[in-house]
Design a protein around this ligand. Sequence first.
Ligand code: ACO
Length: 428
Amino acid sequence: MSDIAKLEIDGKVYEFPVVRGTENEIAIDVKALRVATGGIITIDPGFKNTGSCESKITFLNGEEGILRYRGYAIEDLTKNASFLEVAFLVIFGELPTKSEFIKFENDIKRNSLLNEEMKDIIDGFPKVAHPMGMVSSLTSALTAFNPATVNINSKVDLYESIVKLMGKFPVLAAWAHSKNQGTPLNYADNSLNYIENIMQMMFKIPTEKYKLNPIAVRALDELLILHEDHEQNCSTSTVRIVGSSEAGLFASISAGVSALWGRLHGGANQAVLEMLEDIQKDGGGVEKFIAKAKDKNDPFRLMGFGHRVYKNFDPRARIIKKAADELFDDLGTSDPVLAIAKHLEEVALNDEYFAARKLYPNVDFYSGIIYRALGIPVEMFTVMFAIGRLPGWIAQWKEMRLNGEPIGRPRQLYTGHTLREFIPFEKR
Ligand code: ACO
């Protein structure tokens, strides 16, 4: 392919460089378009054809079902590394050495205490507040308690902000859950690892000894690794664009949490569970719902099946299915909703309609049922996703800042009124 793309407007030809990524992805570099053409812009709602940045963090190929962080296949990472090791990789670019990992983990633990005044903010929320709203607000509030994190002028400042956020974010998430449940707010226990800590902070009650189930911990660890980054999705782009104004890391991540909250983004795992509960209420038979999903006159779709980007298979779903199976073997499927999920998966995978359209369960199908099996309530599903995505958001924010990217400020095509004469109030 040529290294130059030509654009002809009114007989005049403009040339733009064609650039390639390391995986041979091709882009037309239109940075010079406005200046060269005297003000012409491109228009691309939803940025479906627009690369907002160059990035070295995540490679994704939907056709071939590839997802890699910093060049490492997620299949290898979930098999061989822990969530925190992968977080180090995603944020700093390389797998940590043993000493780097110990330092990173200890620095996060050192920062796992929240200012006690944060409890006053939690107290102010109604018990029924959605935990995503609480987590977004509390993440923003963290800035007030850690003002030094706003002005990042050195590598040390940057590192400190990162470990602070990694340490405090899961505590906020667990506290939002406790607020909803009316249970005491637990502190981190620094003898536990990152994932174990999330579980004990969410589920431990003072009257009973909390026993961690290693299979459940491993399933959550793998699931959160699979959520660590997914290149320039809605919440990640939000984090980058907010940070591009030099807003602090915590404020930028708070905006990312809000973006993830929407049902078109982080909410699909919740939709899966709601569908399974509907099937249960209807008597538990999956065949009727499979038939509805196949009926072109019925808008119903099987939630958790199919994917916009992954057209052959969702590599994350392949991995997490195994963890889900192990978890079910361990816990048993005494929960009727989980039994329905297993049955639905089996029937759909053997159905010609789904096979012909390559409609496999996606990561949200399994994440929803894993969260359910772990006893996590539906409204906390997107919060769990946010805990998983935190390292990716941090890495993307850091990359944007270190690259010195310009402030994000798209253009528009104005289609409103042209100049109008003002009508005085009494004449309107
Ligand atoms: N149930 C039944 N039929 C489906 C489903 C489904 N879940 N998904 C797609 N199809 C059918 C379509 O009706 C269409 O059939 P046709 O060719 O006979 O007309 C064919 O499969 C292709 O579907 P498209 O709509 O073209 O696929 P698209 O890429 O637009 O949609 C999407 C992908 C939105 C994920 C879709 O599969 C869907 O709605 N799935 C259910 C919701 C879901 O699980 N979302 C989470 C995605 S994962 C994530 O976001 C992290």
